[in-house]
Design a protein around this ligand. Sequence first.
Ligand SMILES: [Mg+2]
Length: 133
Amino acid sequence: MELEYTEHLSPMLKGDIKNYLIDIDGTITDDVPNEEPERMITCEPFPDALETINRWYDDGHQICFFTSRTEDLRKITEDWLNKHGFKYHSVLMGKPRGGNYHWIDNHLVRATRYKGKFTDLVEKQVTIEVFRD
Ligand SMILES: [Mg+2]
């Protein structure tokens, strides 16, 4: 990972490289709850997700899967990702369950809701919630 360091500040990715944080269940495969781990072995990846994510990886972006699956499901999860040929850098387990995410950070954050088609991202004007100036 190519990082740019500024004294006394946390480093930032160089250029246009993105840190993709990508959900697993319901986003790159069926929505499998933690209570049904046997389905995590047999579910199939969404082909457009596999193709798009691997292209992002090949283009130099950072790919991190960020999932509400628990740490005890890491091996099943990584074996499944590897079996289906996903290219990635890391897997973060233990994301809070329940959705309605709102991420607050001093770094730039963009968010995209998955609604059934995994494509390259396009620009669109939308309303968002921000802090008062
Ligand atoms: Mg999900």
